[in-house]
Design a protein around this ligand. Sequence first.
Ligand code: MLT
Length: 247
Amino acid sequence: MKYLDQGKGPAVLLIHAFPLNKAMWVPQIGALSGHFRLIAPDIRGFGESQPTSAWTMEEMADDLDEFLSKLAVPACDVVGVSMGGYIALAFWSKYPNRIRKLVLSNTRARADNDIEKAARSEMVAAIEQGGAASLPDRMLPRLLQPNPSPDVVRNVRKMIEQSNASAAAYAVMAMRDRMDFSSLLYRMTCPTMVVTGENDVIIRAEDSKAMADSIPGARFVTIPNSGHLSNLENPEAFNAVLENFLH
Ligand code: MLT
């Protein structure tokens, strides 16, 4: 697994969204590495990691468990954005003792419904036929809020362009087939914060809120002026709530 590892202090594992890579965490690493050790891996097939075969969220959780063992990090704070949040939930269900505090950002606990699953299958077919070339134009308007800053668009486009077709297709299948964690959330004992973006069109605020309401004592925060990628679209606000929660 290729990863960024910067800063000194309590370890924080940062799990990226689809179809991005570890570079999406640069604004957090820049702002928080004075107080924390920030560890951001490329998950299977993305960024600089090796090509992959099909995977499940549970297998990705196993990857992260192995990864933390290699780094000799027994437990850490875990932050997942979107697909990273789906992986974080699977990681929590398999390895709860590895998590100190949990941040679930722009993500949800429920599984996809039939309409969402069909849209995933259609996307897999489109990627299999046309490759990853259509991904930026397909994803950018949904990932980012209306009228995004040109710098954010450029940065996100560049990351999406780095993703290869098979990795993207496998990730979409893993998201389509992920299990529903909604009924397990009452068992969460780690301090948890649920973050949503004011203008997120991929994860609706009501899904984030339902998740937060089901987690004992969870904090619920809305990041203003942001869509689905709140850590990149409004890094100042995101970093402030993250730092406050982790301290
Ligand atoms: C992501 O941003 O990781 C994905 O778009 C999430 C999703 O499609 O459910």
